[in-house]
Write a protein that binds this ligand. Structure first.
Ligand SMILES: [Zn+2]
Ligand SMILES: [Zn+2]
Length: 188
């Protein structure tokens, strides 16, 4: 398979490490090291667990927060999602955004939903990146299976490596993870 830069589309037989060697784009607007005011606000919404808070819904149906483990791995999670994530489009308030998402075999945060019987938080192992090319609006956040299966209902997913059909949003299958010691970072 070929991997491609999320910005310039340059392809490579091995995963792209950022900054991209062709166009020079980095991921500092996605990994928290360089955030616009708008990115910063979203960052706060998705890191509430780090300050010991519960996870507020902010008026939405779902919200998730990275936990300390997920937070410490955000640069790798972002690179993994850009390389192995599945691209979808998401329409929100009249805007159509490109998103990449994937699940990894590790818990990286927790999420709540108003669709659940209580506001107990559920573990999350997925990451979604909205509008990765947008320096101002691009941002990553942890995701619940429930949000994925509702938001992208009816679409299919396949393992990036072996092509097997997978559950929606699972872009590397459990067999392929097992071949890499269930350590997703070995795929980068
Ligand atoms: Zn590039
Ligand atoms: Zn596979």
């Amino acid at each position: 398979m070929n991997f491609s830069c999320y910005n310039c589309g340059q392809t490579s037989p091995s995963p792209i490490n950022y900054p991209c060697s062709t166009c020079g784009v980095d991921i500092s607007h996605l990994d928290g090291t360089s955030l616009s005011d708008w990115n910063q606000k979203k960052w706060g919404h998705h890191t509430s667990l780090l300050s010991g808070s519960y996870i507020p819904l902010h008026g939405k149906d779902w919200n998730c927060s990275f936990d300390l483990v997920g937070y410490s791995k955000i640069p790798k999670i972002v690179e993994f999602t850009l390389n192995y994530g599945q691209e979808f489009t998401l329409t929100h308030r009249g805007h159509t955004n490109s998103v990449f998402l994937t699940f990894i075999p590790e818990i990286i945060g927790s999420g709540v939903s108003k669709h659940y019987a209580s506001l107990d938080s559920h573990p999350v192992s997925g990451c979604c990146i909205i509008s990765p090319k947008s320096l101002e609006y691009g941002h990553p956040f942890p995701i619940l299976h429930d949000w994925v299966s509702t938001t992208f209902a009816g679409q299919d997913s396949r393992c990036t490596l072996c092509g097997d059909a997978t559950q929606l949003g699972i872009t590397v299958c459990w067999k392929c993870y097992a071949q890499h010691d269930n350590d997703w970072t070995k795929l980068l």
